[in-house]
Design a protein around this ligand. Sequence first.
Ligand code: NCD
Ligand code: ZN
Length: 346
Amino acid sequence: MNITESISLCRPDDWHLHVRDGSTLATVIAHTARQFARAIIMPNLQPPVTDTAAAMAYRQRILDNVPAGLDFTPLMTLYLTDNTPGDEILRARDSGMIHAVKLYPSGATTHSDAGVTNIEKTYDTLAVMAECGMPLLVHGEVTDPDVDVFDREQVFIEQQLMPMLSAIPNLRVVLEHITTQDAVNFILDAPERVAATITAHHLLLNRNAMFAGGIRPHHYCLPVLKREQHRRALIEAIRSGHPRFFLGTDSAPHARRAKESGCGCAGIYTAHAALELYVEAFEQAGALDKFEAFASFNGPDFYGLPRNTDKITINRKQWQVASEFPMGNEDTIIPFRAGESLQWKL
Ligand code: NCD
Ligand code: ZN
């Protein structure tokens, strides 16, 4: 059998990324811009990015941190609240810089307190989005404390997402960072206006990784890692080559202090080696031939944006991940696979 030593592909984009703000930007934007041409930037800052003016100012702060010589375009998003006015959606659309609106159920994850308390409250706004072709990005987990944390995605799909899709017939929706067999099946059965992103860490890890030899805060993210059966379903999804699954890292930097804590934050940082990690997962899945469409074609096609034209090459080459990266002057980010070896290098 031939071993692939190198793969060349059209430059990819990251369709789900957290870059934070302020002094964190310098580290994380450099990591992403090294690999990706564009990224959908999550709006869960504190305070959240709820209007066009804030998104445009944030966009400029991101651009100010793109290292010289790299070409990187942030694709901005708005944070949906119970009261986002329809006018704001039209302003966002007219800006040409805002490509989606993000739904966080209130309390579902990091910085989601200002999120939606009841999805039905947003239906009028969602109707405006459907009308003007603005996609909705969904953090698909219910927040009901009576629902087991491992079941929250599945319950969200049944109780909230399906009724919402029926109520707003033309809305384009991306179910973000899917983690379950239920979500994969849902996408396979869903109309063409519905797609999903898949992270590298959900392809590589099952929930045992959170408890390997002790509690592992750097493997804690939301939606939380699931059992092996669900990871296998994600692998089958990428092997299928289905066009409505695409790359979204959900790379989510947190200060080491905030992760290694009595109440540690959710989020896994993968931006430093995102493509290398995905290639590892695709190779394990025997699906390297499906990687280019997943990473570089399916996302822009769904968003109605042009595909990138330049190429990148990823080689089989062992290298060691740094043990940490600076987060401003005060703290550090512990990356996924900190201090370990990876087998592919961009
Ligand atoms: C994200 C973050 O830290 O902003 N955390 C995470 O675990 N993925 C928020 C999110 O996408 O849920
Ligand atoms: Zn996220």
